[in-house]
Design a protein around this ligand. Structure first.
Ligand SMILES: *Cc1c(COP(=O)(O)O)cnc(C)c1O
Length: 359
């Protein structure tokens, strides 16, 4: 069976080379006589897999030495709670920027633990832009400033790191981590679920600056405590071993592709092409301000919504899958993460043009 182009927002496409490698190593990982799934997480084989994976991430993102890199469970959603639980440090407020559905979820969860000050919001404009940095009202007494660098549903992405007014900057990078170069040193915490741009679901990467580790009150459960997880190499409980392994394969693939800077160039090219096709057509349109359009998730609507069903059906028949927009916004969305080959974007553009001609 031929593989399709899968435009799903997550879980999403993986590099084919990674799947083939996993298949080759499925029954016998490098002469160990077992599958990675069957290994003890404390055994020498898995320890080697874990160490390589972590070092590859540190190398790819150039993570400075004063950061802990954790591999946890519960997704980015768990971090929505773990962040205030771990770093409020006796403070009663935290600052959040609201640029879309995922920011909104983070704000809601943080509200269980502290008073959330929304320093800026683009909700009134239906989340199609980013409020100008000069207008953000950052409270210097807050514990941290949180934002979402790429809004997966609304297709809004930051092209600059915001000024945090002296607060630790906390960023949900779930849907654009490893897609572009990032100066990790600007951040207090970077976190991301792996299922968008790093691998299959089941792992959450948390990169946390050392001074933010060890601040959690005793009441925080051990597995949710950054300090305890850091002290035990994220193995306080049994980790999602196979998912760590697959994440490791994706990182090795990315290194072989030339690393983050190289993939960023390709991502720019892919996204530019698709936006250009949308902007030049009279059937398709994208509502997001041009200076913050996402390179990863590209939503678009058809001028006549009555054609949506037919568009999706025809796309599917052409091997272009999962293009429906999120149920909260409707329309279409093409998620084109690192693993989406340029040929997939070309095929989509060609299909869209043909569909426009025939409708
Ligand atoms: C998908 C996504 C989440 C939620 O991730 P889970 O791993 O399902 O908790 C959070 N934030 C962003 C930006 C996302 O894209």
């Amino acid at each position: 069976m031929a593989r399709i182009y899968n435009f799903s927002a997550g879980p999403s496409m993986l590099p084919e080379a990674v799947l083939v490698k996993a298949q080759q190593e499925m029954l016998d990982w490098r002469g160990s006589g077992m599958s990675v799934m069957e290994m003890s997480h404390r055994g020498k084989h898995f320890m080697a897999i874990a160490e390589t994976m972590k070092n590859d991430l540190i190398e790819l993102m150039a993570i400075p030495a004063n950061y802990k890199v954790l591999f946890l469970q519960g997704g980015a959603s768990a971090q929505f709670a773990m962040i205030p639980q771990n770093i409020l440090n006796g403070k009663t407020t935290a600052c959040y920027v609201n640029t879309g559905a995922w920011s909104t979820s983070a704000i809601k969860e943080a509200g269980k633990y502290c008073e959330v000050k929304t320093v800026a919001s683009s909700e009134e404009g239906k989340f199609t832009g980013i409020p100008a940095f000069e207008k953000w009202r950052i409270d210097p007494a807050a514990a941290y400033l949180h934002y979402t660098s790429n809004e997966t549903i609304h297709g809004v992405e930051f092209n600059q790191v915001p000024e945090a007014g002296g607060l630790p900057l906390v960023c949900d990078m779930s849907s654009n981590i490893l897609s572009r170069s990032v100066d990790v040193g600007r951040y207090g915490i970077i976190y991301a679920g792996t299922q968008k741009n790093m691998g299959p679901s089941g792992v959450t990467v948390v990169i946390v600056r050392e001074d933010l580790v060890g601040l959690a009150p005793k009441s925080v459960p051990s597995v949710f405590n950054y300090q305890q997880q850091a002290n035990s190499d994220s193995m306080l409980n049994t980790p999602a071993t196979y998912n760590w392994y697959l994440l490791g394969l994706v990182l090795q693939w990315l290194k072989a592709e030339g690393g983050v800077a190289a993939i960023e160039q390709r991502n720019i090219q892919k996204a530019d092409k698709l936006y250009q096709a949308i902007d030049q057509s009279s059937l398709y349109s994208n509502p997001v301000d041009k200076d913050c359009r996402s390179r990863m998730n590209i939503p678009f609507v058809l001028a006549d919504a009555a054609l949506d069903k037919e568009f999706l059906k025809q796309a599917e028949l052409n091997g272009l899958s999962t293009l429906a927009g999120h149920r909260s916004v409707g329309g279409m969305r093409a998620s084109i993460y690192n693993a989406m080959p340029e040929a997939g974007v070309d095929a989509l553009i060609e299909f869209m043009a043909e569909f426009e001609r025939s409708h």
